[in-house]
Design a protein around this ligand. Structure first.
Ligand code: GLY
Ligand code: MN
Ligand code: MN
Length: 423
């Protein structure tokens, strides 16, 4: 759990980044309609959550900065006995004031009036204008007299880049559940019929162990399906002698995990699968060894391209010179994505990759990033030796950057061939 003290600290850090005479508005996520009158399970907006930890719908956090001083206001839903009967208890204004260390709590029905008042002598408005929400236009309208409109998400994103100890603890907890799920998948795949059956086993562990849900829709892709990068249909039969690419991670108390393992359906890798897998695994380990503060993510990517390209040449899948193959995008066909991304409250964490001047941000101690090289060879690619066709492999771990090195937070999730086969 993140303590209130930490939210207060985050808000002071944000205030330091804001212009004087500004108003900052962060909105809660809107409940999303699934169909007719059913909704998706509610999940709070990550930026809003990061700044205050409030989990309810229909809420707003407002920070007003005058000179150096600032005031913080939380807007919450009004108590309503009848609605609470249907959708559950609301904290309400009084309780919220007791829990959250803000200057005042108002109910949401006062929002427009209060905001209009607060806008009066301000010069700048900070807001996430990219939110898909009708309230965005409303706020743009209300704030039309303010000179400058800024996007707040870049600033919150900067704060979210480096994780606190409490955040790392939650990511580790998510990973301990995800580990159990992947190990269960390794031991059960042989006895299951379909991708969705395997998906259900994985997500059963997520729920049973207290995760909110998956952090993203699980990918369970057997054989050639692994060559569709965002394969989420997961509705085909598991075929003997094929591999299954499983990209699945749970979200625990708002924090993501993001793990890919590629395992044989029947528990044993074929010779061709083994050769390709070992090559990718050694690249993954090599890149992880490079991770430390000060290194550029793009350099990790470039190195992964070189290593994977060399590997494909040595397996006879590509022919020619490494540099030329990469330049001519011949490798991109088999390695079309990046080496990894920031991870935290979101699986693809929204922390920026470049600073406001457009310069790449180097790895910093406390960042968590994925390392996830993969090779995808379509079954109809006749330019590749037949034994490799239809194989897609990715290996993905979650890495904490430290000052002089890194810590592989998912180190305990099996990825060595012998370990996978032993399960
Ligand atoms: N699970 C999404 C990704 O690996 O980036
Ligand atoms: Mn990832
Ligand atoms: Mn993933």
């Amino acid at each position: 759990m993140i303590k209130e003290k930490e939210y207060v600290k985050r808000r002071s850090a944000l205030v330091k980044k804001l212009k004087r005479h500004s108003i900052t508005i962060l909105l809660s996520a809107k409940a999303q309609q699934r169909s007719n009158d059913t909704e998706y399970p509610y999940r709070q907006n990550s930026n809003f959550y990061y700044m205050c930890g409030f989990k309810e719908d229909n809420a707003a956090l407002v920070i007003v900065k005058k000179d150096k001083n600032s005031k913080t206001y939380l807007f919450v839903q009004k108590k309503d006995e009848l609605l609470e009967l249907w959708t559950g208890k609301r904290l309400g204004k009084k309780e919220a004031k007791a829990i959250f260390n803000v200057d005042a709590v108002f109910t949401m029905d006062k929002f427009d009036k209060q905001i209009t008042e607060l806008f009066k002598d301000k010069l700048s408005l900070y807001f996430d204008f990219t939110m898909k929400d009708e309230r965005v236009d409303q706020l743009r309208e209300l704030g039309s007299n303010l000179l400058c409109h800024y996007n707040i998400s870049h600033k919150v994103g900067e704060l979210r880049l480096c994780k606190s100890n409490a955040e790392i603890t939650l990511i580790k907890k998510a990973l301990s559940i995800t580990k159990e799920a992947h190990h269960l998948a390794m031991s059960k795949a042989k006895n299951l019929n379909s991708e969705d059956e395997l998906q259900a086993e994985i997500e059963y562990v997520f729920k049973k162990r207290g995760a909110y849900s998956d952090a993203y829709t699980s990918i369970v892709a057997c054989g050639n399906n692994a060559n569709t990068l965002h394969y989420i249909k997961n509705d085909e039969k598991l075929q003997n002698n094929k591999l299954i690419l499983i990209d699945a991670g749970c979200e625990y108390d708002y924090y993501a995990s993001d793990i890919t393992r590629t395992i044989p359906v029947n528990g044993k890798f074929t010779q061709a699968q083994k050769e390709l897998y070992s090559m990718i695994l050694s690249v993954e380990k090599e890149i992880i060894r490079m991770v430390k503060a000060g290194v550029m993510r793009t350099d990790l990517h470039t190195k992964s391209e070189e290593l994977l390209c060399e590997g494909l040449i040595s397996l006879g899948i590509l022919k020619g010179d490494v540099k030329k193959l990469i330049k001519k995008k011949k490798l991109k066909k088999y390695y079309p994505h990046g080496i990894g991304h920031w991870m935290g409250l979101d699986v693809h964490d929204t922390g920026p990759y470049k600073d406001t001047k457009g310069k790449e941000i180097p790895l910093l101690a406390g960042m968590v990033m994925t390392v996830e090289p993969g090779i995808y060879i379509p079954e109809d690619d006749t330019s590749v030796p037949k034994r490799f066709r239809g194989i897609g492999i990715r290996i993905e771990d979650d890495i904490l950057v430290t000052k002089d090195a890194c810590e592989n937070l998912s180190n305990e999730i099996f990825k060595e061939i012998e370990d996978i086969e032993s399960l």
